[in-house]
Design a protein around this ligand. Structure first.
Ligand SMILES: [Zn+2]
Length: 90
């Protein structure tokens, strides 16, 4: 019996992802880049509808810029989103 088992190993390999970390991008961003695995979220204030960007690992409470309602609260090191997440910015 002869089965082509080797086919299973090369199904989902995207070459662009394997080496991207060692390649220096020529697109230089001016903003500080957060640590890998962290996210910026766009959160909508449930009270006034204002949308603002928050860091999902923020160490401090984040308040709405408009009405000062709490958008993000910290609980034992993990942030808890109080508003409505409308977009994940990565
Ligand atoms: Zn608000």
């Amino acid at each position: 019996m002869q089965e082509m088992q080797s086919n299973r190993l090369q199904t989902r390999h995207t070459p662009s992802q394997t080496r991207s970390r060692s390649v220096k991008s020529n697109m230089v961003k001016k903003e500080p880049i957060p640590k890998p695995g962290s996210n910026f979220l766009k959160v909508k204030c449930t009270k006034c509808g204002n949308e603002q960007v928050v860091f999902d690992r923020a160490a401090v409470q984040v308040k709405c810029n408009v009405c000062e309602d709490v958008l993000l609260e910290t609980q034992g090191g993990k942030a808890k989103i109080k508003g409505e997440v409308t977009q994940v910015l990565g």
